[in-house]
Design a protein around this ligand. Structure first.
Ligand code: AMP
Length: 311
C-alpha cells in the first residue's frame, strides 16, 4: 500500500560551519520520500516550477517514488529556502523563504494517492494539510509535522489539522510553543487531548521522544563524529518512522510498533546529516540502515544489577 506525502519540494541554499551549498534539492517531501521509499511505494504531492530539472526529478524518484502528483506550474518558481547554522547545529536561522508555486497551490490527489494506507502531512500551510487529509479519508495512519511559522501565523488552522491526524511529529520547542506548556509530558498530553494518540518530540542531536496514552519512550540520536548539514533530518526521521508503520499493514499501530519505527527514523536521519542535502540518503543502501538500527538497539540496552542503596 502506498505512502502519500504532501509537502515542500524545494531548492535550498544552506551554510553550516562545515561548508555551503547553493540551490541544492531539498524540501520536506523530498527528504521524507528518500527515507520512506525504503519501506514502500511513496507518492509525492506538491508543486514545482520551470526551474525543476530532470536531475531533481531523478533524485525524487529514487527507489521508485511516484511523481504523478508533482504538479508542474508553467512559468512558476520552485519553493526556495535559505538557512544558516552556527556551531550549535540544533538551531538555525532562516535567511529567506520564497513560496513561489506554493502560493497558489491547491492539492488535487490522483486516485492512487488518495488510496494511501499511510499519509504524511509534511510542514506546509495547515489549510493544505487539512485538504489532503480530507482527500485521504480511508488512511489507517496519518502523521503531521509543522513549524514555528505556522504556530505564529495560523495556529487555529494548525490545531484543526492536528485534530484530524493520528500522530504529531514536532520539535520539542515547537510543542511547547504550540501548547504554551513548558513541560514536554504536559505539552504532549494537551496535543493528545485534541485527537492524535501519539506525539513524537524531535530533540535534534539529543534524539526523539515518543508519548502515547500514558507511555513514554526515548531514543538518543545515533552517535556520529561528523555532522555536516542537519537540514532535512526531521523529515528523514519522519520518512523512516512513518515508512516503518506502512511496512506493517496488518499490525495495529501500538506504542510498541512506534518504538521500533523510532529506531528506523533515527537510523535514517543519522545518515542524512552526514552530507549536504539529499546526497547521502540518495545513495544509501538498505543494509546500512539495518546496521545502524542494530547498533541503536545495542547502545540503548542496559541490564540493571540492583544494589542495596543507603537509606
Ligand atoms: P527539516 O530540517 O527537517 O526541518 O526540514 C528542512 C526542509 O524544510 C528544507 O529542505 C526546506 O526546503 C523545507 N522548509 C523550510 N521552511 C519551510 C516552510 N516554511 N514550508 C515548507 N517547507 C520548508
Amino acid at each position: 500500500m502506498p505512502v502519500t506525502v504532501v509537502g515542500s519540494i524545494a531548492y535550498d541554499s544552506v551554510r553550516t560551519p562545515f561548508g555551503a551549498r547553493e540551490r541544492m534539492l531539498g524540501g520536506a517531501a523530498t527528504h521524507f520520500a528518500l527515507a520512506a521509499s525504503f519501506f514502500d511505494e511513496v507518492r509525492v504531492v506538491g508543486p514545482v516550477g520551470d526551474d525543476f530539472g530532470d536531475d531533481a526529478y531523478a533524485v525524487l524518484r529514487t527507489r521508485g517514488t511516484v511523481t504523478d502528483d508533482v504538479e508542474h506550474v508553467p512559468g512558476g518558481h520552485t519553493f526556495f529556502w535559505a538557512g544558516e547554522y552556527g556551531y550549535d547545529l540544533n538551531s538555525r536561522d532562516t535567511l529567506e523563504t520564497r513560496l513561489g508555486v506554493f502560493e497558489a497551490f491547491e492539492p488535487k490527489l490522483s486516485d492512487g494517492s488518495r488510496a494511501a494506507d499511510v499519509v504524511f502531512l509534511a510542514n506546509i500551510q495547515p489549510e493544505l494539510q487539512r485538504t489532503v487529509r480530507e482527500q485521504c479519508a480511508d488512511a489507517r495512519f496519518v502523521a503531521l509535522d509543522s513549524m514555528n511559522l505556522w504556530i505564529d501565523v495560523a495556529r487555529e488552522a494548525l490545531v484543526s489539522a492536528i485534530a484530524s491526524v493520528d500522530c504529531v511529529v514536532l520539535n520539542d520547542a515547537e510543542l511547547r510553543q504550540l501548547t504554551g506548556k513548558p513541560n514536554l509530558v504536559q505539552a504532549a498530553r494537551e496535543v493528545r487531548s485534541w485527537g492524535p494518540h501519539a506525539v513524537v518530540a524531535k530533540q535534534g542531536e539529543y534524539g526523539a521522544a515518543l508519548l502515547t496514552d500514558d507511555r513514554f519512550f526515548a531514543l538518543p540520536a545515533y552517535p556520529l563524529e561528523t555532522v555536516v548539514d542537519p537540514t532535512g533530518a526531521g523529515d528523514t526521521f519522519a520518512g523512516g518512522f512513518v515508512g516503518y508503520v506502512a511496512a506493517h499493514p496488518t499490525e495495529p499501530v501500538t506504542h510498541e510498533l512506534l518504538t521500533r519505527a523510532m529506531a528506523y527514523g533515527t537510523a535514517l536521519a543519522s545518515y542524512n546529516v552526514e552530507e549536504f542535502g539529499t546526497d547521502r540518503v540518495a545513495r544509501l543502501r538498505a543494509e546500512e540502515v539495518t546496521a545502524r538500527v542494530a547498533e541503536l538497539e545495542r547502545i540503548t540496552h542496559f541490564v540493571d544489577a540492583p544494589i542495596e542503596l543507603r537509606a
